[in-house]
Design a protein around this ligand. Structure first.
Ligand code: ZN
Length: 338
């Protein structure tokens, strides 16, 4: 409980080691004259309604049922008891109260992930189950529900790409904190495929956790292996897939195969991971016959479908399926152990 009348601690002249005590200030957005409880979070006070909080959370319901001792109201503010929310942040409470009192201020399409993270964090801590679930659903709803292997990248819109790009560190952070194994692999993939160069991508995200750095580096190298071996294995001169047995233009198809091999080398050299899920289309100067083209395209599609089905394994390691299915809070095997 907080004493409203406590004066700020006096500082000795020249004492620069200790900061002056911050005077609590009223929230401009959430200070209701008919509010019945004051929540103090860091240096901000929110005057809100006990009945509304109790309705959302059994933790607050129990807290408000505890009889207040008669007489001593030294820690009351404006006639309301004050509850100190230690360990919480003002931004997280602002997000929760925005959802409760001003839901229209939180867009459902391309939301600010920091606000959803605040709702989840406090939702979990205070058993605000509806608020936690709402934030989780809003986050998950941004991702394609079904990724069709034949049209895998068609459902990845430019808006989704730029939303991931601008929220990447926040999604990675809350994904790690809340064990969101279903969305993390796709987030990692989309984030690294925005930048053409993975080392540069990692350098441009200095706040990324060590676990996420591991996921990005392990995941991308595991994906390259399957791009080379599965999607474009047919382009190697040592394979006997192209030209096909019935190919009528063996020399031209062999030359076209060599061109594709060179292009795959170039994309690997520039670390352009888009190649893993993009649909492969032959260029005008790839003079494949109909049959060889069909065979090559099918191999690419099969490889891409395999890669798509294995995104979780690339970025979170073996056993990710069990983590996702059981909603386990154990860490993936490729992260350092807790
Ligand atoms: Zn051919």
């Amino acid at each position: 409980m907080e004493h409203e009348s406590t004066p700020p601690a006096k500082r000795k002249r020249g004492d620069t080691a200790s900061e002056p005590a911050t005077v609590p200030r009223r929230s401009e957005k959430f200070w209701f004259d008919d509010g019945s409880v004051v929540l103090q979070v860091e240096s901000t006070r929110f005057r809100v309604h006990r009945s509304i909080l109790a309705n959302y959370s059994p933790v607050f319901d129990d807290l408000f049922k505890v009889p207040q001792p008669e007489g001593d109201k030294s820690d009351w503010v404006d006639g309301c008891p004050t509850v100190c929310m230690s360990g919480d942040t003002t931004d997280d409470w602002d997000s929760v109260l925005s959802f409760i009192y001003k839901p229209s201020s939180l867009p459902t399409k391309w939301p600010d992930v920091r606000k959803l993270a605040g709702m989840m964090r406090l939702g979990k801590k205070y058993q605000l189950d509806d608020i936690f679930q709402e934030a989780l659903t809003r986050l998950e709803d941004q991702f394609p529900q079904e990724l069709d292997a034949d049209h895998s990248t068609d459902c990845i819109s430019d808006e989704l790409h730029s939303w991931i790009e601008s929220n990447f560190e926040d999604i990675a952070c809350i994904g790690e904190e809340m064990a969101l194994w279903g969305i993390l692999p796709f987030t990692y993939y989309l984030a690294v495929s925005v930048d053409a160069n993975i080392p540069e991508f990692l350098l441009s995200h200095p706040n990324l956790s060590y676990n996420s750095v591991r996921s990005v580096t392990y995941g991308s190298s595991a994906m390259w292996k399957d791009v080379v071996e599965r999607s474009f294995g047919w382009a190697k001169p040592t394979e006997t897939i192209i030209p096909t047995k019935g190919c009528p233009t063996r020399h031209r198809c062999t030359a076209a195969r060599t061109l594709v091999l060179g292009e795959v080398f170039t994309q690997i050299g520039s670390q352009d991971l888009c190649i893993a899920l993009d649909n492969w289309e032959k260029d005008a100067d790839h003079e494949f016959c109909v049959e060889c083209h069909k065979t090559a395209k099918q191999a690419c599609q099969d490889g891409r479908a395999y890669i798509l089905n294995n995104l979780g394994r690339y970025f979170l390691g073996e056993g990710w399926e069990e983590l996702e299915q059981t909603k386990s809070e154990h860490w993936p095997v490729i992260w350092k152990s807790r």
